[in-house]
Design a protein around this ligand. Sequence first.
Ligand SMILES: *Cc1c(COP(=O)(O)O)cnc(C)c1O
Length: 474
Amino acid sequence: MTTDEFRKHAHELVEWMASYMENAGRYPVKSQVKPGEIFSRLPSSPPMEPESFEKLMKDMEEIIMPGITHWQSPDFYAYFPANTSPPSVLGEMITATLGAQCMNWETSPAAAELEEKIMIWLRDLIGLPGSFEGVIQDSASTATLAALITAREKATAFTVNEEGINPGRTLRVYCSSQAHSSVEKGVRISGIGRRNLVKIPVRDDLSMDPDRLAAAIGEDKKNGYLPCCVIATVGTTGTTAVDPIRPIGEICRKNHVWLHVDAAMAGTALILPEFQWMIDGRENIDSFLFNPHKWMFTNFDCTAFFTRDADSLIRTFEILPEYLKTRTRGQVNDYRDWGIPLGRRFRALKLWSVIRSYGVNGLRDKIRAHISFAAKLKEMILKENDFELLAPVIINVVCFRYAPQGVEEEKLNLLNEKINHALNDSGKIFLTHTVINGRYTLRMVTGQTNLTLDHVERAWELIVKTARATGIGS
Ligand SMILES: *Cc1c(COP(=O)(O)O)cnc(C)c1O
């Protein structure tokens, strides 16, 4: 492809992109294809001769688009969002065009220094203390793994990196029973072992019980284990429960245990002064993450990871082969030493573009609106006596079920599962479920970039109608 051809296709593609953004809500939200359908429509071998971009776009429309689940549809209420926005896409286009591999300062000083600056902006915006330094990681899972490995090294005086896991000193990690599965993955990969992940019971509001945490750590110490890391969640994936950071942090300090906070989705709400309570006790946090790629209108991937002990993080991950030695080492941030991969994309650009385009006030307005939609949805649910709320509405997640009188528990689970499938198969909205205390729970997240109250009201109407029709049919 010549640059002239590129210019032509790129202009056309921008039209396609803008019209997708305008029409994302017109597709079935959840892709309706069957397993293998897309695969079987693709040729079994690559073309030997050059093919035109027009042909590719034709296949894009005919083969690929039917297999897309539309995360950018305002009717997407599933999982946690993976939002994008026009300024984010523009930033991503520049990143792809420059194609810079930003592993250390010298491989693109602007990438390192913009990242350093944007992480300071974000740190201050979410209210972490000035002692924290930040770095962009690809995902929350990677950032949690980096925190676990750093905590492991700190607890063992940096000997595991040298000698491997010492089976004589069993490390222990703690999280609540509601923590994300990436915690379990992290303890497996870091060599700590799934059996040494202690799941602390939760209180009625599904947040970690700090008394049970203190007891578990005390018991472990008595039995000769080495407590190494507590992972607290601010905004659990199931219900956005918020673990109490202050008492958890005090327990961690007393026991010399690293406190990592996973605020993957809910961390964005910290840009609102009225949500700062979620990190009350912040002075005892050792590391913290949130995903601008979830709720801050920045396309995947972009995890903001902060630590007040960057020295330990770097000591854990730095490695210096001859070919990576530079003259500026020690004067600048070489971010390859701040995590697992060597190669790094220039991800600060899209964040810069998003923050400048919305402005802090624009971001705050949008986040506040999303939170108010969840509150409105809660009111709508409480008005219907055949529906019930199943968890407190704290931020932007609403957990509920259809529960007409006189139907037994077991049948309610089946009924709500049916309702969920009927809604998703309709293509009109997409929501996912969780299980709370054995109850099949419908779960709606009001966090998609383009969501309006109108969408929420229409979704609720559809849910009521579908639930009652399903109830009669079963
Ligand atoms: C989504 C989520 C994760 C995983 O995020 P990735 O960036 O996809 O790895 C981790 N923790 C919580 C609480 C989450 O909600």
